[in-house]
Ligand binder design. Structure first.
Ligand code: BTN
Length: 210
């Protein structure tokens, strides 16, 4: 069931109280206290998509969600990339993000995408700013169908699909403890980077493109 409301603090928080079944979900037209990874605020003005759904746990879930978003947007002829581990990119800027929160056997998966909302930062973009018009509800319906298909795929297939959209492999990145060139995304979802010192490291923390 999809619940649709005008406003909540956060669709992830709401669903964490009311998720009765797998695939129960909520769309809110705005959020007053939307948040992203690492406790960052998530701007949630009217016009954006703020969607959460409860899912059974599986490894690589943020990747499965990311490729499902990109594949559906591609059906609308809107091309996106994915920035490991959970950013949706369009025209080199951040279009949206994915936040998965584990709650016992259930994962509350939140998806924020800038559709028609005003975006303030120069590093952020919306679908309407790129002169596309996509109906949010039609997108969500197609996305959930696509997600159900992708959830059945093996980890190998998910990583293979993710790499089609990836923007990090081959790029110089930095993180809290070093710098290096991204070589691969491993089957466990970690980012394989060859450091400037020549060592191979597998990262699970956020990296920055140089
Ligand atoms: C990120 O890039 O840090 C992830 C952002 C996730 C935002 C979405 S909007 C719907 C759901 N509700 C929230 O409060 N956050 C997620």
């Amino acid at each position: 069931m999809i619940n649709i409301v005008d406003s909540v603090k956060s669709t992830n928080t709401w669903l964490s109280f009311f998720n009765t079944d797998y695939f129960s979900s909520i769309i809110s037209l705005s959020q007053s206290e939307g948040y992203g990874r690492l406790g960052r605020d998530w701007e949630s003005a009217f016009g954006g998509l703020y969607f959460s759904l409860s899912l059974p746990y599986r490894p690589l879930l943020p990747f499965v969600i990311g490729i499902s978003v990109s594949e559906v947007l591609e059906e609308y002829k809107f091309n996106t990339n994915l920035k490991w581990p959970n950013d949706i990119i369009a025209g080199g800027k951040k279009l949206g993000g994915i936040l998965c929160q584990n709650q016992d056997e259930v994962v509350i998966a939140g998806l924020g995408i800038n559709f028609d909302n005003e975006v303030a930062l120069p590093t952020v973009v919306s679908i309407s700013e790129m002169n596309y018009k996509i109906n949010k509800l039609s997108f969500v319906v197609s996305f959930v169908e696509k997600l159900k298909l992708n959830l059945k795929h093996s980890d190998e297939m998910i990583i293979g699909k993710f790499l089609r959209y990836d923007i990090l492999v081959g790029e110089q990145v930095s993180w809290s403890e070093g710098k290096g060139i991204v070589e691969t995304i491993s089957l466990d979802g970690s980012l394989g980077v060859k450091t400037d010192e020549g060592n191979m490291v597998f990262l699970t923390e956020e990296v920055h493109l140089q």
